[in-house]
Design a protein around this ligand. Structure first.
Ligand code: GCW
Length: 666
C-alpha cells in the first residue's frame, strides 16, 4: 500500500466499459530499446488497461521513431504531436517522439477511465498537438523541506537539506506527465542557503538521477538559480553581469553543471525582486543579467527563464505616484528585443500578485520581440490556502482568452504564449504548484482539480473548464452521474463565490499579511508593499488612469481607453483602475457600496450552499475523500463569514451608508 494517493492514475476498475474491453491490439511506433520514455509508456498502457478493464491487448511495434533531444521551442510542438486511429481489433498510435507516444497512451487511458467509447472517440482519427511548447510546474520547495506558500504538507523532494528519491518521485513524474506537463523547476525561486549549493558537487548525483526519472516521462528538469552565486558560493565579491571575473566564473560553473546533470534544461531566475540580488545592484539592466547567463548556457542547449516580478517592495504608503502595477512594464518594455533567443521572460498573469481578480499584465501584448511565458499560481496563496474550494481554471480561461490587440489577429494571451503571434522560439505556461507530501498531494482533494486542470489546459487551451472538471471528477472521485453533477456544481462557481466574499471589484488584498489567509481590510494599507485600497469616508479604489498613476495607458487600444474610463471599465475591475465614491453607479445598476454589501452576503450564503451540497455526498463517495473536504468546508465557512462581516462592517463604518436591504451589519 502506497502512503499517498495515485489520484487519476489509480486506474480503478472500469469493467462495465464493454466497448473498451473489446480492445485486442494496440500498434505503437517502434523505438530504441534504450528509450526509457517509450518503455514507461508501454508499461503505463499495460498497467492501465489491466487495472481498469482486466485486459491485456497485444502490443505491436510499427514504424521507427527518432527521439532526439529537443532544443528548439517549435520543434517541441512538432515532436509532441500524436494521432490515434482505429484499426481492426484495436487502435493505432502514430507519434514522432517517445513523449508523444506517452501522451497518446494517457489519452487512451483517460478515455477508458472516463468510460467513453474508444470506437466513438477515435472513429475519425484524433490528432493532437499541444497548444504550448513549455508546460511547466514551479515548485517553491526549500531544501529544509518547507514549501513557501505550500498548503499540502512538506516537500517530497527534500528532507533536511538532502534530495530524496523514492517511489513517490516516480509517481509524481507519472502524475504530472499524464496531464501533459513537460517541464519542472524543483526548487524555490527564492534561492537561499543550501539551495545555492544545488549547482555544486554536493547535489549533482541526486540531481542527475532526478533528471533521468523526469526525462523518462518527457519532463525537462530546471533549477532556480541564485543570481548572486558568484558571491554566495564562488568566493567573488561581485555579481555584476558585465564583470569579466563574474562571466568567467559562470562559464566554468555551467560547463561543470551541464556535464554533471546531462538532462538539465536550464534555469529560472528571480532577480532584483523582494530582496533577491540582481543586475540592478550594479546599475545594469535585466537584459544584461539574463543575457550574460543565456550566452553561457547556450552551448549546452540551456534556457534562461527570467521572471518579470520586479518592483519596489519598499514603497512609502503615503506616496501615490509610485504604482506597483506599473513596475513590470516599466522595467521590461524598454528592452523588448534585447534578450537573447534562449531567454524567456516569465510574466505573472496580473500586474500585482495572483489576486482573485486582476487585469491581465500589460506585458502580455506589450512585448513583441521577446520570448514570453505566462505564470499562474495553483498554490492557493491568495485564494483560500487549499482550505476554501477555489477551482481556478475558469480564471485561467479568462486570462488566455483576453484580447491584447497586439496584432491584427492571433492577439489573445493564448496565441501569444503558444508562440503563434510572434513566431517565438520558446514560450508556454508555468504554474506555481500546489503539491506537497500530503497523502492526496494537494491538501484538499478538490484542489487536485487545479493540478489536473492546469496541466490539461496548458496542453490544450481549447478545453473548457467544465470538460476539465468533469474529467477530473470522473477519473479521481466518482463516475456516478449525480455525484459528478454535484461536484461540478461545487467546482465551477467556486472562484466567483470566493471573489464575492473576499475583496470586491478587483481591488484585491485585504488579507492578513502574515499568512495571506483570512480578512484584514487594512492589513496592507499602511505598509511598504504597494498594495493599497485607498478607502476613506467618501470612496475607495486606486486611480490608475491618465490622471492618476497612468497604469491604464500601458495597454494597447482599445483596452487602454476602456480601463481609463470609469464608465467603460468592467465592474469587476473598476476599483483596480479608479477611485470612486461609494455612491457611484456600476453597470449592474448598483452603487459601489451596495455591491459590496450584496456580494458579501451572497458570497457567504453561496459558500454555505456549496458546503451543503458536499454534505449530501456522504456515503456516495469514498469516506476519506468525503471527510477531507467536509472538514475544509467547515473552515471555509468560518473564513467566509469573517470576510463577509468584516468587509461589510468596515465599509459601513467608513461610509455611514446603510444597507438598502437592512441586513445585519456589525
Ligand atoms: O506572491 C509572492 C509571495 C512570495 C513569492 C513571491 C514570488 C516566492 O508572497 O512568497 O516568493 O510572490 O512570486 O516571487
Amino acid at each position: 500500500m502506497k502512503n499517498y494517493a495515485e489520484l487519476w492514475t489509480a486506474y480503478k476498475e472500469r469493467k462495465s466499459n464493454r466497448d473498451c474491453r473489446n480492445l485486442r491490439k494496440i500498434c505503437l511506433p517502434e523505438t530504441e530499446a534504450s528509450d526509457k520514455t517509450a518503455e514507461n509508456a508501454v508499461n503505463e498502457l499495460k498497467a492501465g488497461l489491466k487495472g481498469m478493464l482486466d485486459i491485456e491487448p497485444e502490443i505491436v511495434f510499427g514504424s521507427k521513431v527518432t527521439s532526439k533531444p529537443v532544443t528548439d521551442g517549435k520543434s517541441i510542438l512538432d515532436s509532441e504531436e500524436y494521432s490515434i486511429s482505429l484499426i481492426e481489433d484495436g487502435i493505432n498510435i502514430a507519434a514522432k517522439s517517445s513523449s508523444a507516444i506517452l501522451y497518446a497512451v494517457f489519452d487512451i487511458l483517460r478515455t477508458v477511465a472516463c468510460e467513453k467509447d474508444i470506437t466513438k472517440t477515435y472513429a475519425d482519427g484524433k490528432t493532437v498537438r499541444p497548444s504550448n511548447p513549455l508546460r511547466m510546474l514551479n515548485h517553491w520547495d526549500n531544501m529544509d523541506g518547507s514549501i513557501e506558500r505550500g498548503y499540502s504538507g512538506e516537500s517530497f523532494f527534500y528532507v533536511n537539506n538532502e534530495i530524496v528519491i523514492d517511489e513517490r518521485t516516480r509517481d509524481y513524474a507519472r502524475l504530472i506527465a499524464s496531464v501533459g506537463i513537460n517541464a519542472v523547476v524543483i526548487n524555490n525561486v527564492n534561492v537561499k542557503q543550501a539551495a545555492s549549493y544545488m549547482i555544486t558537487d554536493r547535489y549533482f548525483d541526486k540531481l542527475s538521477q532526478l533528471g533521468e526519472i523526469f526525462a523518462g516521462y518527457g519532463i525537462r528538469l530546471f533549477l532556480s538559480l541564485n543570481y548572486a552565486s558568484t558571491i554566495e558560493i564562488g568566493g567573488l565579491d561581485s555579481a555584476d553581469p558585465l564583470d569579466e571575473n563574474v562571466i568567467s566564473w559562470w562559464k566554468d560553473k555551467m560547463a561543470e553543471v551541464f556535464k554533471k546533470i546531462p538532462t538539465l534544461a536550464g534555469f529560472l531566475v528571480k532577480a532584483d525582486s523582494e530582496g533577491r540580488p540582481g543586475p540592478f545592484t550594479y546599475g545594469r539592466t535585466q537584459a544584461d543579467g539574463a543575457n550574460m547567463l543565456a550566452n553561457i548556457v547556450k552551448e549546452y542547449g540551456g534556457i534562461i527563464i527570467w521572471r518579470c516580478f520586479v518592483y519596489n517592495c519598499r514603497q512609502d504608503w503615503r506616496d501615490r505616484k509610485t504604482d506597483r502595477a506599473r513596475a513590470g512594464y516599466d522595467n521590461f518594455m524598454p528592452m523588448d528585443g534585447d534578450y537573447h533567443d534562449n531567454v524567456i521572460l516569465q510574466i505573472k498573469n496580473g500586474p500585482m500578485d495572483f489576486q482573485i481578480r486582476e487585469p491581465v499584465s500589460p506585458l502580455l501584448g506589450g512585448l513583441k520581440k521577446t520570448n514570453q511565458m505566462l505564470e499562474v499560481q495553483i498554490a492557493q496563496e491568495y485564494t483560500g490556502h487549499q482550505i476554501d474550494v477555489c477551482y481556478l481554471i475558469p480564471e485561467f480561461k479568462e486570462i488566455l482568452g483576453f484580447k491584447t490587440y497586439c496584432s491584427e489577429d492571433k492577439d489573445s494571451v493564448a496565441d501569444i504564449i503558444s508562440g503563434d503571434t510572434f513566431n517565438s522560439r520558446y514560450s508556454g505556461m508555468a504554474a506555481v504548484t500546489n503539491t506537497g507530501n500530503d497523502f492526496n498531494w494537494t491538501g484538499n482533494y478538490l484542489a487536485g482539480a487545479n493540478l489536473y486542470g492546469f496541466g490539461r489546459l496548458a496542453f490544450d487551451t481549447g478545453l473548457s473548464s467544465e470538460q476539465i472538471a468533469e474529467e477530473f471528477v470522473r477519473m479521481t472521485i466518482s463516475q456516478d452521474e449525480t455525484v459528478v453533477k454535484e461536484i461540478l456544481g461545487i467546482l465551477l462557481p467556486s472562484r466567483e463565490i470566493y471573489e464575492r466574499y473576499t475583496s470586491p471589484l478587483g481591488i484585491g488584498w485585504m488579507v492578513q499579511p502574515a499568512t495571506h489567509y483570512g480578512c484584514s481590510v487594512d492589513g496592507y494599507e499602511y505598509d511598504r508593499w504597494g498594495t493599497y485600497h485607498r478607502a476613506d469616508h467618501l470612496g475607495i479604489g486606486v486611480d490608475r488612469t491618465d490622471k492618476g498613476t497612468g497604469y491604464a495607458l500601458q495597454y494597447n487600444e482599445p483596452n487602454a481607453g476602456i480601463y481609463n474610463s470609469p464608465e467603460k471599465c468592467p465592474d469587476e475591475l473598476v476599483l483596480f483602475f479608479h477611485h470612486l465614491p461609494y455612491t457611484h453607479k456600476l453597470h449592474s445598476g448598483k452603487t459601489v457600496i451596495q455591491h459590496i454589501y450584496d456580494s458579501h452576503f451572497e458570497g457567504y450564503e453561496e459558500a454555505q450552499q456549496l458546503a451543503a451540497k458536499w454534505d449530501q455526498l456522504k456515503g456516495k463517495i469514498d469516506d476519506e475523500v468525503f471527510e477531507n473536504v467536509r472538514e475544509r468546508f467547515e473552515r471555509q465557512l468560518i473564513n467566509a463569514r469573517e470576510w463577509c462581516d468584516q468587509v461589510n462592517s468596515y465599509f459601513f463604518r467608513k461610509s455611514g451608508i446603510p444597507d438598502e436591504k437592512g441586513r445585519q451589519i456589525w
